[in-house]
Ligand binder design. Structure first.
Ligand code: ADP
Ligand code: MG
Length: 943
């Protein structure tokens, strides 16, 4: 409805035929969805599929191949029309068909991979999509934000995005950030009354706009506009399709491919020149056939030099990685994160809910000057309250009442009669404690009750204030009830209730402080509960700061939140992997230290804990100096997190940081991997995060790091394998071009070591298939025993030597096989076939070594069944093409004798085994040069 801000809220409801307590019926919502369309911004139309397919034909390799096809046709035409040799012509035609087929396969592959990766990314994005809380037929439900329609009743709370334009029906301390529309960074306080005719967008305080962020409080709104009809839709340009941003590895590979293209071009020019010269020398003239033959060698070289399967395999492997992570409950939003996760060196984690179970139970409390134990587990209202000292029990009824009234949580019975918690776990713990003593909020507030207490206002908890308050009206006088972190609250306290007397804080504080420390050292979370009498003016209009002072302390609750049992193992494994774990919490320093000890985050019972207020007094340099030693931060506010991230990053660390509240978003953005909680996190943090933990568990972070490392390791392995092949192919051909200066036996000086189609075969079949399988490989045994990779080092660092050495040996062997065949009077085709198979099997043996950062002796060859299948397939297929006449014509192969087949299958294994053996021997003799596992972590020491 247009201009809903001018109308009374009931009129807007009527105009949209909606109902505040029931919302729309599902049928009506469905009808409106068809009428108004989904609540989403319009997307730019995508390229038609045939255009996408054509785009894959622009690859440099494809262009080279097309040149080869044209060349084959030219030479066929020459054969037919000038020489009249039809059989020679048909061979050229076959060759061109084979090349076209390969172009098809290659383009099909890259088209398929682009589709697949877009599909899985879209699926991941949908899982991370926005949701809204909507009232349909009287029931609250969570639906995808896209399905909101005008007339829907939605509720929002701190940390939510507003998903459509709404007219507020009810607000409670609601504040909203609308910077995306108005540019105004300060949150706007919302209300529900009708406004003036000409209120500008930024002044329409009874409206909420799509894309705005709830920074405080909560609200109930009526959807008045969705999708492109919202204010956001009016200014939004068309969103382009999911952009698949290239990851650093992909960029590296693209750059590498470009460089290799240049090298290839230089080699091709050189080869062409040399071959033409050789042909001229041999015959004294340059025939068309000689030119065609030289060109075809040059093309073989160009094909050999470009690792064409690499980009496709790489992006498929990254996509598979993202899907794998999601199955492990780690949802990533871009492929970049796979890479970064593998390099993570610091994990800074929230305590509550991630390291602990977030199932809170009050086990002890201190009220009216005496201590009590609370028995019973879970949420059932059963459990004794036992005074620590029976003789000294002045009663705790005010503490109990204040604990349950200053509280928005609830316990409800499910259909099986079991108690189910609703709301903030800390508050739930207090509700359960109340139930154990027979105090229940709903009963107290009930109108038919003898007590005449009303709830006037709620000031929700936030992790900045570390307090929560409610204002109540008891008959005709007002009170504010405040509860929160004891050290914060005691600063605002004037009086302490002790044995039904009110002591000045100076007198009573020492005893309270001792209790708090006592509780905290037992790993209990502590909450101080207080109250204050106030007048009506303050009650109705006072700010949180006005209300939360001059308090009277009633008592302290001690709440246990058990550590998640599996976290200890995860922490130990991460330490082994050289990844540091840091706990960041809003809790008391002693509580934090006690939990950190139990989880193995620190090992020293006196380990240093840095508090938020200490951080406040430090400049960035001072923080930079201490940050490597500190493992526990307590009583921190969200803005401290960002400083900790920056300080760690300045040390060159790759930091993963968790967060769940709205104020954590900047820290998550600053971190290399921002991690949000899927269950308890706010929409805003999910939006800012790179990784969403679907189960909120710390162990999922560890698994994600492990998966990141596995995938990165696999990528390195297949890159090494691919590039070794390329070096071997180029050298095999170049040796021929340079060293074959005259005819040997039946083989003329201009005959290439391998035909262009042999090179293509090796790239597409015996090389690409095993590479794929390497991309799926299982992690190496010591994956989590090595330190994180250095992100600054280029991806190929430490591998180039191996790539070249293996490539030279393999290429040399191919050339030797070729020359040997020629010297023994074999035909050109036979000599080339011998070279071809030497290369294929050299590769297929080498692949087992490429699987390991060590050597093939340290890796079980049977642990990757896909690889065994790929190798077997490539071996059989490559042998078959040498005996099948059709392929003999097309590829230029010829059948060999059995002894030769045996030799060519097994002899190429020798270099791989010998070189790996030499390396093992070297490591034996010089243990200091062998790959090292992580030195044990430096324990957090005193600073
Ligand atoms: P964390 O999430 O790291 O556990 P919080 O910011 O939730 O830290 O809590 C910090 C402190 O604030 C707690 O130690 C507790 O004293 C207090 N607190 C937590 N939740 C509530 C609440 N619902 N009401 C009042 N005080 C709370
Ligand atoms: Mg919390």
């Amino acid at each position: 409805m247009k201009d809903s801000f001018r109308a009374h809220k009931q009129d807007v409801l009527d105009a949209l035929q909606s109902d505040r307590t029931h919302g729309l019926t599902p049928d009506e919502a469905q009808r409106r969805l068809t009428q108004y369309g989904p609540n989403a911004l319009a997307e730019a139309p995508r390229l038609p599929r045939w255009r996408q397919f054509l785009n894959t034909l622009k690859e440099p390799l494809v262009i080279i191949l097309f040149v080869a096809v044209l060349l084959a046709w030219a030479s066929a035409a020459y054969d037919v029309f000038v020489i009249g040799d039809v059989s020679h012509a048909s061979a050229a035609i076959y060759e061109s068909i084979a090349i076209l087929l390969l172009i098809g396969v290659n383009s099909g592959l890259s088209f398929w991979q682009a589709e697949k990766s877009e599909k899985s990314l879209t699926a991941l994005k949908t899982m991370a999509d926005h949701h809204a809380n909507v009232l349909r037929a009287g029931e609250w439900q969570t639906v995808p934000a896209e399905s909101l329609v005008p007339g829907d009743i939605v509720s929002v709370k701190t940390g939510d995005f507003i998903e459509a334009d709404v007219r507020w029906l009810h607000v409670a301390e609601l504040q909203v950030n609308e910077a995306h529309l108005t540019g105004e960074a300060e949150p706007v306080r919302k209300q529900t009354h009708a406004l003036d005719e000409d209120a500008q967008l930024g002044d329409r305080t009874n409206m909420g706009y799509s894309g705005a962020m709830v920074t405080h409080g909560n609200g109930l709104g009526l959807v008045v506009a969705t999708g492109m009809d919202t204010e956001l839709g009016k200014i939004a340009t068309l969103l382009t399709q999911v952009k698949t941003k290239k990851t650093p590895i992909e960029l590296t590979i693209n750059a590498l491919t470009k460089k290799l293209m240049l090298v290839a071009m230089a080699i091709v020019a050189f080869t062409l020149g040399l071959e033409l010269f050789k042909a001229y020398q041999a015959t004294g003239a340059l025939s068309f056939a000689a030119i065609a033959e030289s060109l075809s060698t040059a093309i073989a070289l160009a094909v050999a030099a470009i690792p064409d399967a690499l980009p496709a395999v790489l992006s498929i492997v990254l996509t598979i990685g993202a899907t794998m992570l999601a199955k492990n409950n780690g949802l990533i939003k871009s492929l970049n994160s796979v890479e970064t996760l593998g390099a993570t060196s610091y994990i800074a984690s929230d305590k509550t809910g991630t390291l602990t179970k977030n199932q809170m139970t009050v086990t002890r409390f201190f009220a009216n000057g005496a201590r009590y134990q609370v028995e019973g587990d879970g949420y059932e209202p059963v459990g004794e309250i036992i005074a620590d000292d029976d003789a000294d029990t002045p009663g705790f009824s005010r503490f109990m009442l204040a604990s349950v009234l200053n509280n928005e949580a609830a316990i409800e019975q499910d259909e099986n009669g079991r108690s189910q918690p609703f709301g903030n776990p800390t508050d739930v713990a207090l509700v359960v404690m109340g139930h154990k003593t027979g105090v229940d909020r709903d009963t107290v507030l009930d109108k038919n009750n003898a007590l005449d207490i009303d709830l006037v206002r709620v000031l929700p908890f936030d992790s900045e204030r570390k307090m929560m308050s409610v204002v109540i009206k008891d008959k005709d006088h007002y009170q504010v009830l405040t509860k929160g972190a004891p050290d914060v609250l005691l600063e605002k306290t004037d009086l302490i209730q002790d044995h039904d007397q009110l002591l000045p804080v100076a007198e009573g504080r020492a005893k309270v402080d001792e209790v708090v420390l006592n509780f905290a050292e037992d790993a209990l979370r502590t909450i101080a509960v207080s109250l204050r009498d106030i007048d009506e003016q303050l009650a109705k209009h006072g700010s949180a700061a006005d209300l939360e002072q001059h308090l009277t302390l009633l008592g302290i609750a001690g709440i246990i939140d058990p550590p998640r049992p599996e976290v200890k193992t995860s922490v130990a494994e991460l330490h082994q992997a050289g990844v540091q774990v840091v706990m960041i919490t809003g809790d008391h320093a002693a509580t934090a230290r006690a939990i950190a000890l139990r989880l193995g985050i620190v090992s020293d019972p006196n380990a240093q804990v840095v508090e938020g207020k200490t951080l406040e007094g430090m400049d960035d340099q001072a923080l930079f100096n201490i940050v490597p030693q500190v493992r526990v931060y307590a009583r921190v506010s969200p803005e401290h997190k960002q400083r900790i991230v920056h300080a760690l990053q300045k040390h060159g660390e790759v930091v993963a940081m968790t967060g769940d509240g709205i104020n954590d978003a900047p820290a998550l953005r600053a971190a290399d991997i921002g991690i949000a909680m899927g269950i308890n996190g706010t929409e805003v943090t999910k939006d800012a995060a790179d990784l969403i933990l679907l189960d909120d568990k710390f162990t999922t972070i560890e698994n994600s790091v492990k998966a990141g490392r596995t995938i990165f390791g696999n990528i390195k392995n297949f890159m090494r394998h691919e590039l070794t092949t390329n070096v071997a192919e180029v050298l095999a051909l170049l040796f021929g071009v340079i060293l074959m200066t005259h005819q040997i036996g039946n083989v003329p000086a201009t005959a290439p070591t391998l035909t262009a189609l042999m090179v293509l075969w090796v790239n597409m079949v015996s090389d690409a298939l095993p590479s794929f399988a390497l991309g799926y490989d299982v992690p190496e045994a010591d994956l989590m025993k090595l330190p994180p990779r250095n992100v600054k080092a280029p991806i190929l660092s430490g591998m180039l030597g191996r790539i070249f050495l293996r490539g030279i040996v393999m290429g040399g062997l191919v050339y030797v096989a070729f020359i040997w065949a020629a010297s023994n009077g074999m035909s050109v085709a036979e000599a080339q076939t011998l070279g071809f198979l030497t290369l294929v099997f050299g590769q297929l043996w080498h692949v087992f070594d490429a699987r390991s950062t060590r050597t093939l002796f340290r890796r079980n060859p049977f642990s990757n069944p896909r690889l065994l299948m790929a190798v077997a397939f490539a071996a059989v297929a490559s042998l078959l093409v040498t005996v099948m006449p059709f392929f003999n014509t097309v590829i230029g192969t010829a059948p060999l004798t059995t002894p030769l087949y045996l030799a060519v299958v097994f002899l190429p294994a020798i270099p791989t085994f010998v070189l790996s053996g030499l390396k093992e021997l070297y490591w034996r003799l010089r243990p200091s040069k062998a790959p090292q596992s992580v030195p044990q972590i430096k324990p957090a020491k005193e600073v």
